[in-house]
Design a protein around this ligand. Structure first.
Ligand code: GFB
Length: 320
């Protein structure tokens, strides 16, 4: 990649996309195409095709497509699956037709089998049943990864799939029911503090463990992979912090200033018991995350306060 390469972030309004659009100019890239209102509607095949025909992006980050936490996955599996399938097929097809030099596709760690040995290696893909709460979305992500591989095999396209650890950051969806655990808890802890509640309710038992990756670190991992990785195998994008949900809740409560009690609501689903990625290939190539977990939660809380003060925080954004 050169500073003048034409770079397209497909999904610039998502958590990972917004972080990439912040990072790329800082890294000297001066030719970003399809930014803001210029990004085509990714579910519209004709719009995506004509965008690629006119703008001819050379390097593509395919990070678009709606996603959400366990609540959204249970409430809207069809919407999540359909939009992700449409976006992935549209963008991969257009990138192939119009000769993009390279594409990085961001899948999701929920595409791994629920019972995969931990930390999860890419060899575990397709070896067992998916976590049922997110199986529809995960199947769309698996299809995307398989399609990248198929284009690689059939046409020699340099399409690479990355599997990120659970991302979070300032541009998150802070919907109390739709968001992932960190933004949802930030929202609820903030509102509980404002009301002077004595109890903060956390879904599930608090025992599940997740590997978390700050969105700026995820963007940096994506750029690193785009620049330096061109293997046939997908690449895990992790190396972040593995914490239990109870530990996460304590950090969030502390950052937000919630002084009451944290209670676990075991009537809500836990999801997978543990998800941590084996990112030894990426780390072995010289990449590692740089943001400490607490500092990342603080920055995410500032992102929430900013969203609250500007656009307001909606309850179901259906975006990454
Ligand atoms: O973030 P989350 O929805 O991601 O949930 P998953 C992680 C854990 O946090 C689960 C608990 O054990 C939840 O029960 N949790 C506690 C909460 N309080 C809350 C809360 O207020 N909101 C949420 N959302 N969780 C997602 C997949 O699963 O992982 C997506 O559903 C995506 O498809 C994403 O792949 C990376 O790791 O369980």
């Amino acid at each position: 990649m050169r500073a003048t390469s034409r770079v397209f972030v497909a999904g610039g309004d998502t958590l990972a996309g917004a972080a990439l659009l912040d990072l790329l100019p800082d890294e000297g890239f001066v030719n970003l195409v399809g930014v803001g209102g210029d990004e085509p509607e990714l579910t519209d095949a004709l719009a995506v095709n004509s965008f690629f025909a006119s703008e001819r992006p050379e390097f593509v980050f395919l990070v678009g497509g709606p996603s959400g936490g366990i609540g959204l996955n249970r409430a809207r599996p069809a919407d999540l699956m359909l939009a992700n399938l449409q976006i992935t097929t549209n963008v991969l097809d257009a990138a192939h037709r119009h000769g993009a030099t390279k594409l990085l596709y961001l899948a999701s760690s929920c595409a791994y089998p629920r019972e995969a040995p931990q930390p999860i290696r890419v060899e575990s893909l397709g070896t067992g049943p998916l976590e049922p709460t997110s199986a529809a979305y995960a199947t769309a992500k698996l299809a995307g990864a398989t399609l990248c591989d198929a284009y690689r095999r059939q046409y020699g396209c340099r399409f690479v799939t990355g599997f990120p650890a659970n991302p979070f950051g300032p541009h998150d969806d802070f919907g109390a029911d739709s968001g992932h655990v960190i933004p949802a808890l930030i929202r609820r802890a903030h509102e509980a503090t404002e009301r002077g509640d004595s109890v903060l309710s956390v879904w599930g038992t608090g025992a599940p463990r997740r590997e978390f990756l700050f969105s700026r670190d995820l963007a940096s991992a994506c750029l690193f992979a785009q620049r330096w990785y061109d293997g046939d195998a997908p690449l895990n994008l992790g190396g972040g912090t593995v914490l239990s949900i109870a530990e996460v809740a304590r950090v969030v409560a502390d950052v937000v200033g919630f002084r009451g009690r944290v209670m676990f609501d075991a009537t809500k689903p836990d999801g997978a018991p543990l998800k941590a990625l084996d990112s030894s290939v990426l780390v072995g190539m010289g990449w590692k995350p740089t943001t400490a977990f607490r500092a990342a939660v603080e920055e995410t809380y500032h992102g929430f306060l900013h969203q609250l003060a500007t656009e307001g925080v909606t309850d179901e954004r259906l975006a990454v």
